[in-house]
Design a protein around this ligand. Sequence first.
Ligand code: ATP
Length: 195
Amino acid sequence: MLKIGLTGGIGSGKSIVAKAFEMLGIPVYVSDVEAKRLMNTNEIVQKQLIVRFGEDVYESNGTLNRKRLADIIFNDSKALKDINSIVHPAVRKDFKLWCDKHASLSYVIQESAILFDTGLYRNFDKIITVSAEEEIRIQRVLKRDSSVLELVQKRIANQLPDEERIQKSDFVIYNNDELILPQVVLIDREIRSIG
Ligand code: ATP
């Protein structure tokens, strides 16, 4: 079974592309969603977060206190790195178990915005990048999240530029005004042919 990475900057359309692959019967592991789940349910992750940041990163009902964590990250420049060093290994382990469950398929996909930033890209047989013009991405995110322009621009500035991601990828899906599904069908066919 091949492991395929799916990446792209904020608002590029990773979720939409992931849905298209799922329509073709390919399971997609969405790293952000699973990381949040692990922070709420994985005892090792929970213990490590409490040791590093204190009991009050969790509510009394055991769910993550996201507001508290956001405050910590805002005020402690090392915090995000420490959270990642706790959560990323748990996600990697969880993804491996998830892959085992799908071992009979020709390939599975892991979606993550930070594949190249974390070195995670080395774990994949092929990588797909979703790319769209920065202005289009900004408008889509503003509409989706009712976020503010400066915040979205800051997120983009903190991420790798599209050109760099494209250069390091095996496949690119363009999501400006192009149709997604035909591009996904072609890539699916090609991956199946090498798997
Ligand atoms: P993030 O990294 O922030 O999670 P993402 O890469 O997963 O973003 P999406 O959530 O798939 O991006 O897309 C961003 C927003 O743009 C969504 O609201 C989505 O519905 C919208 N969108 C994506 N592609 C298109 C498109 N081709 N036409 C119109 N709207 C789109």
